[in-house]
Structures are given as C-alpha cells and as structure tokens.
Design a protein around this ligand. Structure first.
Ligand SMILES: Cc1cc2nc3c(=O)[nH]c(=O)nc-3n(C[C@H](O)[C@H](O)[C@H](O)COP(=O)(O)OP(=O)(O)OC[C@H]3O[C@@H](n4cnc5c(N)ncnc54)[C@H](O)[C@@H]3O)c2cc1C
Length: 445
C-alpha cells in the first residue's frame, strides 16, 4: 500500500493530505501541535489561520477569487470548510476561524486513510519515503537547519506581522458605528471614526511608540501587503489615510459626514465576539499596542483576544530548487508545499498544497502525471512562477493576473479590464473542468 508523509497540518499540509487520501494513498500526517507551538499558532486544530480571518476577494475577476474557484472545482477541503464557515465581509470571503479549522480537523481525523502523528519532525526523511514538507513560514529549529543544509544554506526570509483581535463587547459603540464602505455588504464592519486632532495625536504616538525586538530583524525586509502599521505611518503623516485608515465611502451617522480617518474592524467569528483591526499588523510592544491603539475612539477600553506579533517568515529560493510540480530538484521523492515555497497567502498556500499532494500521490501510485494545470490557470501559473529558473531575485508572490498566460484579443472601453479578467477566468475554468474530470477518475473515495 503506497504511503506518503506530510509534515505540517497547516493549510497546505491539510489540503495535500486530503487529495492524497481521496486518491487512495495512505498518509502519515505529522503535526507538532499541541506538543509544540510556533509563536503565531495558538489552537490545536489543523489549518489554523494565524492572522486575519479573511481569505480575500471571492469574485473570479480577481486573481485570488479565481484561484478559489479553481480550488472549488478540484473539490478542495479548505474551500469546502471556508464556504461552510463563511461570515459576512462584503465582497471578501471571511470565515469563523474556529468553525473553519474545526471542519478541516474533523474531516482529517475521521479519514481512515490519514494517520495523524503529533510530533515535531527535526530531520527531512530519507528519499526512500515520499514526503511533502509543509511546515510553513515559521519553520524553525533543527528542521530549519536541515532544510538549510539541503538548499546549501540559501533559504530566504522576510518579516511578516499579524494584527490584533479585540473583544466586540469591549468596543464603545457610542463612538463606533456599523457600516460597509460605500454601503456594499450591509453593516459587516465596525468603524472607529477619527477627527483631524484625534488622527494626528494617534499618528504622533504611533511613530514614537516602542517596538518589540524581533530575532534577526536587522533590516526592515517586510512584505508590502503585510507592512506593520507603524512602518506605514513613518512613511508620512497621511499615508495611513490612504491605507487602512482611509475614510472614503464611510459616513459617520452621528455627523452625517465622512470622518477625517477611520479604522475598520472586521468580524472574526460567527458569534460576533471577536473583531480584527483591519490592516493593523504591528510589532509594537504589547503594552504599547494597548496604549496607542486605545487612542482610537471606541477602542479606549478594548480587551484584546490576541495581540499583534511579528515574525521571521522563511521561504526557499524556489526557482533554484523546485520543479513546477513542487518537487525538490535532485530528490526523486521530496516535495515542498505552502508558504515556504514562496507563494504568499492562505489560498495560495492551499493551492500549492493541493498540487504537491496530487503529484506526491501520483508518485506513490507509480503513475505518470495525467494532467498538469498550466499557466492559463492561477494555480498552474503560481507553480510555474516559483519554479522559473530565470528569476534571479525571488520574492514571495500573491495570486495575480500578471503571471497567467496573456489573454489574446483587445478589451477596450469602460468595462475593458473587467471583460479581460472575465475572459481569463472563463479560460481557466474550462481548463480546470478538464482537470476535475481527470481527478474524478483518480479518486477512490
Ligand atoms: C504572522 C503571520 C501572519 C500572517 N497573516 C496572513 C494573513 O493575514 N493572510 C494571509 O493570506 N496570509 C497570512 N500569512 C501567511 C500565512 O502563513 C500563510 O498564508 C499560511 O498560513 C501558510 O500556510 P502553510 O500551510 O504553508 O503554513 P502554516 O499554516 O503555518 O502551517 C504549518 C504547520 O506545520 C506545523 N509544523 C511546523 N514545523 C513543524 C515540524 N517541524 N514538525 C511538525 N509540524 C510542524 C505547524 O504547527 C503548522 O500547523 C501570515 C503569516 C504569518 C507568519
């Protein structure tokens, strides 16, 4: 009976184990929680969302929305969980994080193809075994050192931060109000409006606030999409007003006007007990987060469910080391998946986990690859991007239409861009439908 090892039951590892199990392959899924936790993981459940509960845009005319559609077509476990645990968030797909991880954990634990082993893996298994390493961007310790040795010590990293989450009941609703930007999506967000004096006082305290020391944080190599709020603020007095504190499309019902600046808090669970400070990823010291964020009207007495944190985020120099099947060059049976391959984001990590699990399962079944999604699809384009040997300075990449095959034809006029994105989506969905047909024949359960 073929067996594969999947190391790490995060988003990528859970998705990899799921597809392999459906293809009839036995999986040994190694997860170090609850024996050991990374600084950003807190729950015993699998596929834990370490920061935001938003899986970002859902429309297929957006690249990450199309990637979700592609995963839904393949029968993705992560997307099934996300659709079941969905909470309101305008045009984005946001989830109740506990329901989401709970669904995935239950499915994996009840699969007779998957054996879960709660153990920290400290060495890459030998090539006699088929292995998918999906230990995530916070991979550390002896395994990190072993991966470094395998890659000739040229693993790369940047720094990433998570935003705090507060208790909904501790937000002062006599100052805050419920609304979505431009009224799109009902009253999904809680908004904390600021006048000019309040904003400037907050800005001054924020740029001077004390930051936590972060191991190896020598230069501020941060991913633009996850920039700490204090780093953003230090770029200029108004920068936050064009970013997370932008007020456009939000009318304060008490004044009937757009505020000078406005923080949005997104519902983080179905029961509406927890709220995420959107765009407020930070590395301020915890008491400084309470002091400075407490200057925002409505958050004066906020109780924190989780504080913001910053971490080193490790990834492979994949163009040098990986094939477009996520297999490590020169190692017949070793695959990598998830954020550590240089894809960036929850859904991108899931997609790489799906493909690595699929290719690893084919290896276990001793089968040729019957179908490989190409660069007409976002998932295929991401696999091609991370393994493109012509890339010399590799940086992690979110799903985007810049990496898919160009769409022939002219798309002019007011709706030209939207029509082009729709054409890209239609082309991808057609290819994915063919892939789904192939997968159906491979699945035994
Ligand atoms: C602080 C932070 C904030 C982030 N915020 C966002 C965000 O808001 N939105 C977004 O889209 N992306 C965010 N990301 C990126 C996010 O990590 C990825 O999108 C996603 O979680 C990566 O999935 P993964 O499966 O690769 O890794 P993970 O989800 O991290 O899963 C790795 C799993 O492997 C286990 N593990 C690790 N080492 C071992 C070992 N040696 N042996 C056994 N098990 C092990 C871990 O316990 C964990 O369960 C953030 C990342 C960080 C670090």
């Amino acid at each position: 009976m073929p067996v594969i090892n999947v190391i790490g039951a995060g988003l990528a590892g859970s998705e990899a184990a799921h597809i392999a199990a459906l293809m009839g392959v036995d999986v040994k899924l190694y997860e170090m929680k609850p024996v050991k936790y990374s600084p950003a993981h807190h729950s015993e459940s699998f596929a834990e969302l370490v920061c935001s509960n938003s899986l970002r845009a859902d429309a297929v005319t957006n690249a990450v929305g199309l990637l979700k559609k592609e995963l839904r077509i393949t029968g993705s476990l992560i997307m099934e969980a996300a659709d079941k645990a969905r909470v309101p968030a305008g045009g984005a797909l946001a989830v109740d994080r506990e329901e989401f991880s709970g669904f995935i954990t239950d499915w994996i634990r009840s699969s007779d193809k998957i054996t879960v082993i709660n153990e920290e893996i400290t060495k890459i298994p030998s090539d006699d075994e088929i292995t998918v390493i999906a230990t995530g961007p916070l991979t550390d310790g002896e395994l990190y050192d072993d991966i470094g040795r395998l890659c000739g010590d040229d693993t790369l990293h940047f720094f990433d931060a998570a935003a705090p989450i507060v208790m909904g009941s501790s937000i002062d609703m006599s100052k805050a109000f419920r609304a979505s930007r431009y009224s799109k999506g009902g009253d999904d967000y809680i908004n904390c409006p600021m006048d000019k004096d309040e904003y400037l006082a907050f800005y001054r305290e924020l740029i001077g606030a004390e930051r936590a020391a972060v191991k190896d944080f020598d230069r501020e190599i941060v991913f633009e999409g996850c920039m700490p709020i204090e780093t953003m603020a230090s770029r200029g007095e108004d920068t936050m007003r064009f970013g997370p504190l932008k007020p456009v499309g939000l009318i304060d019902p008490r004044t009937g006007k757009e505020p000078y600046a406005c923080l949005q808090l997104r519902q983080d669970d179905r029961a509406k007990t927890m709220y995420n400070l959107v765009g407020f990823q930070t590395r301020l010291k915890w008491d400084e987060q309470k002091r400075v964020f407490g200057m925002i009207p409505g958050l004066e007495n906020a109780e924190y469910y989780r504080m913001g944190v910053m971490h080193r985020n490790t990834y492979l120099n994949s163009p040098l080391h990986l094939e477009d099947t996520y297999r490590f060059k020169g190692r017949e049976n070793l695959f990598f998946a998830g954020q550590m391959t240089g894809v960036e984001g929850y859904i991108e990590s899931t997609a790489s986990g799906f493909l690595a699990g699929y290719y690893a399962a084919l290896k276990a079944l001793d089968m040729e690859i019957p179908f490989k999604p190409g660069s007409n699809t976002v998932m295929g384009a991401m696999a091609a991007y991370v393994s493109d040997p012509s890339i010399k300075h590799f940086v992690p990449m979110n799903a985007n239409f810049g990496i898919v095959n160009p769409m022939p034809g002219k798309f002019k006029g007011k709706d030209g861009k939207k029509m082009k994105c729709q054409a890209i989506a239609d082309r991808s969905i057609e290819e994915m439908a063919e892939f789904a047909g192939v997968l159906e024949k491979l699945k035994v359960s």
